[in-house]
Design a protein around this ligand. Structure first.
Ligand code: DAH
Length: 339
C-alpha cells in the first residue's frame, strides 16, 4: 500500500510537470483525485489493511491528497500567469507608428460655384426649383416666345428626340413650368444641366449647367433687376468690381441685356482674357416679355417681372481664373484637389 501511494505521487508529479494547459490539469485532477481517480480507488482498499497499519497509511494518503491539491493549485496559477504574459506580448500596440492618412473628398468647383450663387439668391428670398432635362419643345422654345423659325431652334444647336421632345438647351423652361403651376408673386431659382450640340473645346461642351432666376410681382421694374444683379455680381466677384448692362436680345425678355463685370485679370485695362476690351460677360437678363406672361395665363397689365440666366461653368472659370472648361469634366484629381 505504501509503495502504491509512493507510485501515485511519482506518477502525479510527472504528469504535473508535463501539463501545459489548464485542461491538462483538470484531466489530471480527475485522474488522481476524482471519484474514480487513482488515489480514491486505492483508499477504498483501506478496509483490507491491518488495524494497526491504518493510521499510518491513512496519514500518508491524506498527506498525498493535500500535497496533490496544493501542487495542482500552484500549477494552475503558474499556467495562468504564463498565459497572461503571452497574451500581453501578443496584444502589444506600438503607439509610435504613424496613423493611416484618411482621404478627405472636396466639393467640385462647379458645386461650390452653384452653392455661392444659391446662397446669394436664397438670402434674397428666392426658392430653388428643379425640372426635367428631357423637355417639350413647347416649354423650351414655344412658350418662351421663340418662334418656329428662330435660329436658336436650329437642329445644329438642339438635340431633338422627336420633333416635339428635346434635351433642354436652357433652364428657362422652368420659368414657364413654375408660372403655369403657381400664382404671382414668385421668386425662383432653377439650376440644372442643359444640352447643346456643340463640339468640345476650351469654352464649349455638349453638356453644361445653367441657373435661371425669375421674379414676378406687381410693380417690378428694370430698377429691381439692376439692383439685384449689381449686388449679385459684387457678391461673387468683389465689392469694388465694375459692372455694366449692355443691351442684348432674348426672345423671352424685353428689354434684354447682358451683364458685364470689369475684367478679373486686368481690371478694365484690356488683356487677352477680355479680348482687350476690359469687360467680361457673366449673364443674360431682361424684363419678362408680355407674350410669355400671356402664354401662362398671367395678365401683363397687372403683373410683370425680370428673369436672368447664367452658365455655371462660365462663372466658375472666371471666379477661379481657369482657362479651360474641359478641366471641370475630366475629373483629374490633381486639378480637383486644388479647390
Ligand atoms: N436662356 C438664356 C441662354 O441660354 C439665358 C437667359 C438670358 C436667361 C436672359 C434668362 C434671361 O432668363 O432673361 O442663353
Amino acid at each position: 500500500m505504501r509503495e502504491k501511494l509512493l507510485n501515485i505521487r511519482k506518477e502525479a508529479e510527472k504528469s504535473l510537470l508535463e501539463a501545459i494547459k489548464q485542461q491538462d490539469i483538470e484531466r489530471l485532477r480527475i485522474n488522481f483525485l476524482g471519484k474514480k481517480g487513482k488515489l480514491t480507488q486505492l483508499l477504498r482498499g483501506m478496509g483490507n489493511l491491518l488495524p494497526e497499519d491504518r493510521p499510518v497509511i491513512g496519514q500518508m494518503a491524506n498527506k498525498l491528497r493535500s500535497d496533490l491539491e496544493r501542487m495542482i493549485e500552484e500549477k494552475i496559477e503558474a499556467i495562468k500567469e504564463k498565459e497572461k504574459l503571452e497574451r500581453l506580448e501578443k496584444e502589444q500596440i506600438d503607439v509610435t507608428i504613424t496613423g493611416r492618412k484618411k482621404f478627405i473628398g472636396r466639393k467640385h468647383p462647379l458645386t461650390r460655384t452653384l452653392e455661392d450663387i444659391k446662397s446669394f439668391f436664397i438670402g434674397m428670398g428666392y426658392e430653388v426649383v428643379e425640372g426635367p432635362e428631357i423637355e417639350l419643345d413647347y416649354y423650351n422654345f414655344e412658350a418662351l416666345n421663340t418662334p418656329e423659325d428662330h435660329p436658336a431652334r436650329d437642329v445644329q444647336d438642339t438635340f431633338y428626340i422627336t420633333d416635339k421632345i428635346l434635351l433642354r438647351t436652357q433652364t428657362s423652361p422652368m420659368q414657364v413650368r413654375t408660372m403655369e403651376k403657381r400664382k404671382p408673386p414668385l421668386k425662383i431659382l432653377a439650376p440644372g444641366r442643359v444640352y447643346r450640340s456643340d463640339a468640345v473645346d476650351a469654352t464649349h461642351s455638349p453638356v453644361f449647367h445653367q441657373v435661371e432666376g425669375l421674379v414676378i410681382d406687381e410693380n417690378i421694374t428694370m430698377g429691381d433687376l439692376k439692383g439685384t444683379l449689381i449686388a449679385f455680381a459684387r457678391y461673387l466677384f468683389g465689392q469694388d468690381r465694375g459692372v455694366r448692362f449692355r443691351p442684348h436680345y432674348f426672345p423671352f425678355t424685353e428689354p434684354s441685356a447682358e451683364l458685364d463685370i470689369s475684367c478679373i485679370v486686368c481690371n478694365g485695362k484690356g488683356c487677352r482674357l477680355c479680348s482687350y476690351n476690359g469687360w467680361l460677360e457673366i449673364l443674360g437678363c431682361g424684363m419678362v416679355h408680355p407674350r410669355v406672361l400671356e402664354m401662362v395665363g398671367y395678365n401683363p397689365e397687372k403683373v410683370g417681372g425680370f428673369a436672368l440666366g447664367m452658365g455655371i461653368e462660365r462663372i466658375a472659370l472666371l471666379k477661379y481664373g481657369i482657362d479651360d472648361m474641359r478641366l471641370f469634366f475630366e475629373n483629374d484629381l490633381r486639378f480637383l484637389r486644388q479647390f
